[in-house]
Design a protein around this ligand. Structure first.
Ligand code: NI
Length: 186
């Protein structure tokens, strides 16, 4: 168990297509998940993806089971280990079939000190596996859906900045949200 260094934007390892995990319930995978959790908690992150600590595998973690001081208005998301994920956008209203998107502020531990408004699917179905190889599937919306999309983007070499459409709604967290209780520089 260890708090690992979080790679910052500009490091080319954040731009790779992560490889799928082929072996589950191994010492290596359990150690990776443990390090991701320690690192996320240390940084008060809402989630963390393996590429952010330089590991080229499709592993993300998110959720804290309690409110996050970096995102005080966000509802709790259950602590989740998600491996080899797949995401399908869903219609918010099944009868119309319209896939809705929602805008909200995002930050990223690999882009410390900044926030920007990003549009994400409002409602998604996601599936994958936990570190033991047990399948996981959920239909979620709101902040939970946003966190999953943000973290899974890291597995495609995508940072949230690449999805910002209006850079007038982008800036330093300390200026945008001066009262926010942020322990780290993010
Ligand atoms: Ni991120």
């Amino acid at each position: 168990m260890a708090v690992r260094e979080i790679l910052k934007m500009g490091d080319s390892r954040l731009l790779r297509q992560a490889q799928p995990v082929k072996a589950f319930d191994t010492d290596e995978l359990h150690l990776l998940v443990s390090d991701l959790i320690d690192t996320m908690l240390s940084a008060q992150g809402a989630g963390l993806a393996a590429p952010q600590i330089g590991v080229d595998l499709q592993v993300v973690i998110f959720g804290t089971n309690e409110r996050n001081p970096r995102y005080p208005d966000a509802p709790p998301v259950p602590r989740t280990v998600l491996i080899n994920p797949a995401i399908t956008p869903l219609a918010v209203d099944g009868s119309t079939g319209v896939i809705a998107e929602l805008e909200d502020w995002e930050g990223c531990l690999s882009v410390p000190g900044l926030r920007g408004v990003v549009s994400r699917f409002a409602r998604i179905y996601y599936s994958g596996f936990d570190q033991y190889g047990d399948p996981l599937e959920r239909t979620v919306d709101g902040f939970h859906a946003r966190v999953v999309q943000h973290e899974c983007d890291h597995l495609q070499g995508m940072l949230y900045l690449m999805r910002i459409r209006d850079f007038r709604r982008f800036g330093f967290t300390s200026v945008l949200f001066p009262g926010l209780d942020v322990a780290q520089d993010d």
